[in-house]
Design a protein around this ligand. Structure first.
Ligand code: ATP
Ligand code: MG
Ligand code: FE
Length: 332
């Protein structure tokens, strides 16, 4: 079985080919146009998807050495994401499936982030916990089976990726700032400037408070010394990152204790963060967990993970109708 998968939920246009569960290509075109606006501009994202989708799909087919007539299904991201962006991928997938007279498969982007773990070894065993941390979501997911997932804790306001990006913005770093905060943090002292932890009930998170603390902290320090940010950027990044990771891992440890599950995975764009990867490994060693951390390219948005999810859906003959429409807000 060979499936072509398309991802267009936000600002990467991506296509991948999977054969019998084996990923054969994964092409990602990241839209750089949003950088000068300091965030994703939905209208520009849709237009860029329209420009990139055909070349990206053709490259994915070519790299996989597959022609359109070899395909058994077309998969696409149905949601969650930006409506206009999702529409481009959905329309393209529908038209292609109709033209080739093959089934259509709709994929939930957040399920796919979790299923990125099945692209290569070591694959986690069920049930496992997945901390999904991205630009729009922060969730602890109890994964019982490939298509059987339950969110047992999540953010009540901002996503942790947003906290990274907004901190970066306050530090005048270009969008998306998460990776830059990571780079500076590696050179800084995490205890030089401590930031408060937001306490939340159960397994829930809150990340809007830290953004405000960073804002007030920077305002007062820059008033005293206009060069404060310039001179202390590594320590500031290290302090913020340390706090965010602490909030994430505290709840993950709590979830592991509550469920008695010790197979622990992370997924989503923020799982590319080097500090989080390191701290999770350390906590895993202490607590006796089997820890699963995907390769960088499978952490951020990519169609490879959509293809993986589609592989499982094809096995269960979960196909979509031609009348299906995107769902910008879609639960797991
Ligand atoms: P969602 O998956 O919730 O719809 P999204 O698709 O925009 O959101 P991803 O592409 O999975 O999110 O992740 C992007 C986020 O990951 C951005 O907020 C970005 O700053 C963050 N990110 C990427 N690399 C790093 C890193 N090394 N450290 C911290 N954050 C990072
Ligand atoms: Mg993105
Ligand atoms: Fe994503």
């Amino acid at each position: 079985t060979t499936i072509l998968a398309i991802e267009s939920s936000c600002d990467e246009t991506s296509a991948a080919v999977i054969s019998n569960g084996q990923l054969r290509s994964n092409i990602v075109a990241t839209q750089l146009i949003h950088q000068k606006y300091g965030g994703v501009v939905p209208e520009l994202a849709s237009r860029a998807h329209q420009q990139h989708i055909l070349p990206v799909v053709e490259k994915a087919l070519k790299d996989a050495k597959v022609s359109k007539k070899d395909l058994n299904a077309i998969a696409f991201t149905r949601g969650p994401g930006l409506l206009g962006a999702l529409l481009v991928g959905a329309s393209f997938a529908k038209a292609l499936a109709l033209g080739l007279d093959i089934p259509l498969i709709e994929v939930n982007h957040m399920q796919a982030h979790v299923l990125a773990h099945f692209i290569e070894e070591p694959r986690p065993a069920f049930p496992f916990l997945c901390l999904t941390v991205s630009g729009g979501h922060t969730q602890i997911v109890l994964v019982r089976g490939p298509l059987e997932m339950e969110v047992i804790g999540e953010t009540q306001d901002d996503a942790v990726g947003e906290a990274f990006d907004k901190t970066a913005k306050l530090l005048n770093l270009p969008y998306p700032g998460g990776p830059l905060v990571d780079q500076y943090a590696q050179k800084g002292n995490p205890s030089a400037f401590p930031f408060p932890i937001s306490e939340m009930p159960g397994l829930h998170f809150s990340f809007s408070g830290i953004k405000t603390s960073v804002l007030y902290f920077l305002q007062s320090r820059t008033k005293e010394d206009p060069r404060f940010v310039e001179e202390n950027i590594a320590d500031i990044c290290a302090g913020v990152q340390h706090t965010l990771i602490k909030m994430l891992l505290q709840k993950l440890r709590k979830a592991a204790k509550q469920t008695g599950i010790s197979d622990i995975a992370i997924a989503g764009g923020v799982s590319a963060n080097s500090g989080l990867r390191k701290s999770l490994r350390e906590m895993g060693e202490k607590d006796g967990w089997n820890v699963y951390i995907p390769r960088f390219e499978y952490c951020t948005d990519n169609a490879g993970m959509i293809a993986m999810a589609a592989h499982f859906k094809f096995q269960q003959k979960q196909f979509a109708e031609q009348t299906i429409s995107p769902m910008p807000r879609m639960a797991i």
